[in-house]
Design a protein around this ligand. Structure first.
Ligand SMILES: N[C@@H](CCC(=O)N[C@@H](CS)C(=O)NCC(=O)O)C(=O)O
Length: 213
């Protein structure tokens, strides 16, 4: 399998965590989002919307959308399952994962921030306020969910799930962009626990072949 990824892309990071937790290796292709490579026609053949991650199977079939890719990997490689079988537990994991994937990430995606700056001509500090606002709204809600239904050391107990695959990259991004994360103690406890685990370390941006400072 091949993975089209960008070291700093949080959605690619989700898939890299899932692959590492399952002990799977892929051929890595860096797509430089800073240089706009995701919008090149050649990449749009793989990802019509122009994004990463893309997983390409050995037969050439490709798959986009990080949660669909993780679900596919989980079905194909059931070792270290990332979704519980019990219906309510499964829905809880997806609830947290989708809060991040649907309610936080899309508002702060590269193309959205680019549109704010380049088309709407929003000042850089206003764009940063936008980013921090949606991260704060989302992480506040995630903290409530985890306090109500979570159980450490991962989001939902002693095994990592797709919720952890989403939490770590989102918090890492927020940290990198200087957001104040003190108001989310349970989110941060899960984050710190995950960062200490070898699979999460393997998937980290700094460990990827396309890493640039
Ligand atoms: N919902 C998609 C989002 C994929 C996505 O947009 N990824 C970002 C990087 S984190 C990207 O490629 N952005 C490129 C752009 O917005 O131009 C997923 O979960 O895979």
């Amino acid at each position: 399998m091949q993975l089209y990824s960008f070291f700093n892309s949080s959605t690619s990071y989700r898939v890299r965590i899932a692959l590492a937790l399952k002990g799977l290796e892929v051929d890595y292709h860096g797509v430089n989002l800073r240089a706009g490579e995701q919008r090149q026609p050649q990449h749009r053949e793989l990802s019509p919307i122009g994004g990463v991650p893309v997983l390409v199977r050995d037969d050439g079939l490709s798959l986009t959308q990080s949660l669909a890719i993780i679900d596919y990997l989980d079905a194909l490689y059931p070792q270290a399952p990332l979704l519980p079988a019990e219906p309510l537990a499964r829905a809880r994991v997806l609830e947290a994962a989708q809060l991040i994937a649907c309610d936080i990430h899309p508002l702060n995606n590269v193309r959205v921030l680019g549109y704010l700056q380049q088309v709407l001509e929003v000042a850089p500090e206003e764009k940063d306020r936008w980013y921090a606002h949606w991260v704060a709204e989302g992480l506040t809600a995630l903290e409530v969910l985890l306090q109500r239904h979570g159980q450490g050391p991962y989001c939902f107990g002693d095994k990592p799930t797709v919720a952890d695959c989403c939490l770590v990259p989102q918090v890492a991004n927020a940290e990198r962009l200087g957001c104040d994360l003190q108001a989310y103690p349970q989110v941060m406890a899960v984050y710190q626990h995950c960062l200490a685990q070898p699979a999460f370390q393997l998937a980290a941006p700094g460990r990827q072949p396309d890493f640039i400072q």
